[in-house]
Design a protein around this ligand. Structure first.
Ligand code: C2G
Length: 749
């Protein structure tokens, strides 16, 4: 048999499915897949049954004392019949031509081991292959640059240069892996006879870093290596360290000790001399000087200062003399302190070094200075009991629930509250609020000293809520798209999103929910357990204003909408995968404005309104008399009032607009990708939303022409929808929120 693939499984069955599917797509021949189970989840059996034949599955179950990755892989090895061995982790997957390429190369070169490239992702397979190609290419380019600087050649040369293959393998498999822990056996096709002749197996003393000694043995005993740069293995990082941590994300108290023990063993294998030994020692020096010494700031009795420092000092004393001789500057000084077992000195040197770095950062970047002042100066001053700070959509506009809460509070201010608005444009809010720009010095100042916060998005990551501060989070929509912990994949934002969110939501004392559905969803998807204010949406109060007609007329004049025309609003959301950079999303208009104009302009004008994340400007050239771009207009609630029909897609705008009981159309031209790949929805968009799904401009035109008929058709569904999502709103949501947070004596019995 040609090949044995050894897949070890511990947890998270949904990942294993992707892994297996990628093997099926590899179309391998003459192979077996050995699945070693260290834990059995209920669904494992059906998955095994589904893939038994196509993957030639052999299933082994670990029993008794021997557990963990080392034992599992050894068990797999003991049953393997293939000429080659390939380890694959159950949460990862391969490109469909990856393994075949490695085999072809191994056959051709007769190498002991052929290794490919690893790419990293936070995404499941269909998302990864479907949306992130640009980013992947960029990562490859970055890796080439690093390689090039190592081999001291050009980028092209680094890939093709006739370098010493053994040295290249040491570089790629040990040196270029970040830290000590990323050395791994994955994506290496290994000749089984080579493993057996040299008795290379995993050492079950090491549970957390079993790969390190195995790879060091490969490099020590192997003579022939080959690098196959087009064979891609996809390593899946876990984006949810809260509920689904990877082994490397678990907090294990003896992690550092085990890592050092593993390192000492690797050194033993590598021997006293040679490139491998020197590379390992350089890695130790880097680990110590970049990471370890920063831990010495802990208290005097802490183990980083006592036992652990001794451990690493002893290891440092075994460093190859040549590696010590190359050291200069900070590294040389801090290593010298380590060699002398002088922890106090090492700490001093590291503190000075870090302070210098921080200072340089502050000099270069004003934001760093303000953050520094926030932490070290303003947060040490007293909190001002009457100061209330408001922020909507990162200071982009004066709108949404914070606006309506503010106006109600300002009109009923019997406690002398003072108001601060975060605004990056020139809007002047009424009632004389102090206006500050986001991330300015004043922003840092008020963040530290205000008593109350009313925000509709998350607070900055560097904000640390002080004892006594009160945070009212309004959020910014009833969710249709899945959020945070309900999202399998975080296709937008930072992959650290879930972990960050978890920390930030703990700082929210109150969270507003517009309806019972939001209450239930937010509790779960944010893991929110403080006080939920199911008071309706303050931002919707205006739609229940007793003078609504009059206000609407005024607004139409202000927005320049012809009074003899009816108005269509088109308000789509953003797409997670189409962006220029953080918070800068692309949007291409898929409605043909010319066609709409031809068909509808006698009766209608259209308002275009993009989401605040969208950086692209919509082009209305040639249709200026028909299309009005209000993307920069502050408050969408005011736009709802002047609109007779609303077209959206997956934006939460329809939950709010439904308060007006006017017709809603859904222009969902990319629904499959959006729903099935990017986000996932909470409600069945085909059955539960109060209007039809449309896919082309023609269908949109047709629907508008038949709008009365559509309204009649959707009457029943609209009513159900309204009862479910809009029935708390009555124009008094702001009042209820303000009384609960700012005048609690009025609501407490
Ligand atoms: N919005 C807007 N114009 C748009 C789209 C949205 O002014 N073209 C405003 C609306 O107030 C909307 C809010 O921004 O309710 C949130 O926009 P969504 O499109 O729903 O997207 P997102 O910001 O991802 O928020 O729980 C709600 C979710 O968090 C969605």
């Amino acid at each position: 048999m040609k090949l044995s693939i050894i897949v070890t499984f511990h947890k998270y069955i949904q990942y294993l499915e992707d892994c297996f599917a990628s093997l099926v797509d590899s179309e391998l021949e003459n192979f077996e897949t050995i699945l070693v189970l260290d834990h059995v989840e209920e669904e494992t059996e059906s998955l095994i049954a589904a893939y038994k034949e196509s993957l030639h599955l052999k299933v082994l179950r670990l029993e008794g004392e021997e557990r963990g990755v080392s034992a599992a892989r050894n068990a797999g090895l003991s049953k393997a019949l293939g000429e080659y061995i390939y380890f694959l982790d159950s949460d990862d997957y391969v490109y469909e031509d990856c393994i075949q390429q490695l085999i072809a190369r191994a056959d051709e070169t007769k190498a002991d081991a052929v290794y490919g490239k690893k790419r990293y992702t936070w995404f499941k397979r269909n998302v990864y292959l479907g949306v992130a190609e640009d980013k992947r290419r960029q990562e490859d380019e970055d890796e080439k640059k690093t390689d090039a600087s190592y081999f001291d050649g050009t980028m092209a040369e680094a890939e093709t240069l006739d370098v010493d293959e053994h040295e290249r393998a040491i570089h790629k498999l040990v040196w270029s892996r970040r830290g000590l822990r990323n050395i791994s056996v994955l994506n290496i096709l290994i000749r089984k006879s080579f493993l057996d002749e040299n008795q290379i197996r995993f050492d079950s003393r090491f549970q957390l870093y079993p790969d390190m000694p195995f790879v060091v043995m490969l490099l020590k005993y192997g003579n022939a290596f080959s690098y196959c740069q087009e064979a891609f293995y996809v390593k899946r990082k876990h984006n949810d360290p809260i509920t689904m941590p990877a082994l490397s994300q678990l907090k294990i108290p003896t992690r550092m000790e085990e890592q050092m023990e593993t390192f000492a063993y690797c050194r033993e294998i590598a021997g006293e001399e040679g490139e491998l030994r020197k590379r390992l020692d350089r890695k130790l020096v880097n680990y110590y000087s970049r990471y370890f010494v920063t831990k010495l700031r802990r208290s005097k009795k802490d183990k980083w200062r006592t036992t652990r420092f001794e451990l690493i000092a002893n290891l440092l004393n075994g460093t190859h003399p040549e590696v010590l001789r190359e050291l200069t500057g900070y590294k040389k000084r801090v290593v010298a302190a380590g060699l002398a077992h002088d922890g106090e000195k090492a700490l001093k040197i590291s503190n000075r070094h870090l302070a210098g770095k921080k200072f340089k950062k502050i000099l270069k970047n004003k934001n760093e200075l303000y953050k520094y002042l926030y932490k070290n100066k303003y947060s040490k001053e007293p909190i001002e009991e009457t100061w209330v700070m408001f922020e909507t959509f990162f200071g982009k506009n004066y709108s949404d629930s914070p606006k309506y809460i503010y106006e109600y509070l300002a009109q009923h201010n019997t406690k002398g509250y003072k108001f601060i608005w975060v605004l990056n444009n020139d809007t002047k809010p009424p009632y004389g609020a102090t206006v500050v720009r986001r991330f300015s010095r004043e922003y840092a100042y008020y963040l530290a000293k205000s008593k109350y916060f009313v925000f509709n998005v998350r607070q900055p990551l560097w904000f640390v809520k002080r004892e006594g501060q009160v945070f009212l989070e309004t959020w910014h929509g009833t969710p249709l798209k899945k959020l945070v912990f309900d999202q399998d994949e975080v296709t937008a934002a930072s992959p650290l999103y879930k972990a960050q969110f978890f920390r930030q939501k703990k700082e929210w004392d109150y969270l507003i929910a517009a309806n019972p559905f939001s209450t239930e969803t937010f509790r779960r998807c944010f893991k929110f357990d403080n006080e939920m204010l199911e008071v309706g949406y303050p931002r919707n109060d205006l739609m229940y204003h007793p003078d609504r007609e009059k206000i609407t007329l005024e607004l139409k004049k202000k927005m320049g909408i012809p009074l003899d025309k009816k108005t269509i609003l088109y308000a789509p959301t953003w797409r997670d995968d189409e962006f220029y950079g953080a918070g800068q999303y692309k949007f291409t208009l898929k409605l043909d404005l010319m066609k709409l104009k031809e068909a509808l302009s006698d009766e209608y004008v259209i308002i275009l309104r993009t989401h605040h994340y969208i950086a692209d400007n919509l082009d209305v050239t040639g249709v200026e008399d028909f299309a009005i771009n209000l993307s920069k207009y502050d408050d969408i609630t005011e736009i709802y009032l002047v609109s007779d029909i609303c077209i959206t897609d997956y934006s939460s705008v329809f939950f709010d607009y439904a308060n007006l009981k006017r017709p809603i159309l859904f222009y969902t031209y990319d629904i499959e990708k959006y729903r099935d790949i990017l986000r996932g929805f909470y409600i069945d968009i085909n059955k539960e939303v109060p209007g039809p799904l449309l896919y082309t401009t023609e269908e949109v035109v047709d629907a508008i022409k038949r709008i009365d008929q559509i309204s009649a058709q959707y009457e029943e569904r609209y009513k159900e929808f309204y009862d479910r999502f809009c029935s708390v709103d009555d124009g008094n949501a702001s009042k209820r929120a303000v009384e609960r947070v700012f005048y609690p004596e009025k609501t407490e019995k």
